[in-house]
Design a protein around this ligand. Structure first.
Ligand code: ADP
Ligand code: ADP
Length: 235
């Protein structure tokens, strides 16, 4: 059964139909690749899936129930975590602060309540170790990390806060070969844990080995949806 469904969603800007009647469903552990050239509507679709924009028409569902995502934090509460290309981070803040941005663990009570940095550092270190980000990096300003490391932080954060669906916006475009392999490796790990992944890319070669389902967009329209199992039958 799908965990996340966007059914016949449409979104227009002024006179541009950015998305027309697009349907995408994601099951636990399924890797759905969203393919399309510039202007295809990929960004608009992930903005809809992650609560950044509201669709004009169409239905969103979580585990079979109709929902509306009021904001990205609301979507995250519902298990949908998005790692954007331009990550919403505060560059001068240390990694662990960014990791807990908006969801800070606290210690103490009333006027003595404060950010629990010891717990935050320990938790962030552990979550990041999995993704090959060294423990030392956790206290550094996130702006001093490479693009790949910043994306790893965002992925670790999403998983830590209980993501059921991970949406990755073009995760390999800005990264070196080694880093993109690590991201793809992470997608496999997420898949093994039963996390559904939506991978936005224009690189079919990258997407094919790892994807289960391929959604092709062109000028806001859905050209087709292909399952790898169906594709291999016809080879
Ligand atoms: P992609 O990510 O596949 O390149 P986008 O979703 O960014 O596609 O864009 C789809 C279409 O919608 C494009 O024509 C784009 O210019 C337009 N568009 C996207 N966002 C906006 C916006 N905020 N305002 C106006 N037009 C937009
Ligand atoms: P990409 O294809 O790499 O995702 P885009 O340039 O299509 O990058 O979109 C980047 C961001 O700019 C998205 O958030 C998109 O919604 C927004 N955007 C795209 N086209 C327009 C536009 N014509 N006017 C305003 N915002 C836009």
């Amino acid at each position: 059964k799908p965990y996340l469904e966007a059914l016949a969603v449409s979104k227009s800007y002024a006179n541009v139909a950015a998305l027309q009647d697009v349907t995408i469903t994601v099951r636990p552990g399924e890797v759905v690749c969203l393919l399309g050239d510039n202007g295809a509507g990929k960004s608009t679709l992930i903005q809809v899936l992650s609560g950044v924009v509201q669709p004009d028409t169409g239905t969103m569902r979580i585990a079979g129930a109709d929902v509306r995502f009021a904001s990205p934090n609301d979507a995250l509460d519902k298990g949908i975590a998005t790692v954007f290309q331009d990550l919403a981070v505060v560059p001068i803040m240390p990694v662990y602060r960014n990791f807990f941005l908006g969801r800070e663990p606290t210690i103490g009570w009333g006027p003595f309540k404060r950010f629990d940095s010891r717990r935050a550092i320990a938790t962030a270190e552990e979550a990041l170790r999995d993704l090959g980000v060294s423990a030392g990096a956790v206290r550094r300003p996130i702006g001093t990390l490479s693009g790949g490391q910043r994306q790893s932080v965002a992925v670790a954060r999403a998983v830590h806060f209980g993501a059921r669906i991970l949406i990755l916006d073009e995760p390999t475009s800005a990264l070196g070969v080694k880093q993109s392999e690590m991201v793809l490796d992470y997608v496999r790990k997420a898949k093994e844990r039963g996390i559904g992944v939506v991978l936005i890319t224009h690189n079919v070669q990258h997407a094919y080995p790892i994807g289960d389902t391929f959604v092709v967009l062109f000028l806001g329209r859905q050209l087709g949806t292909f399952k790898k199992t169906d594709l291999s039958e016809t080879q």
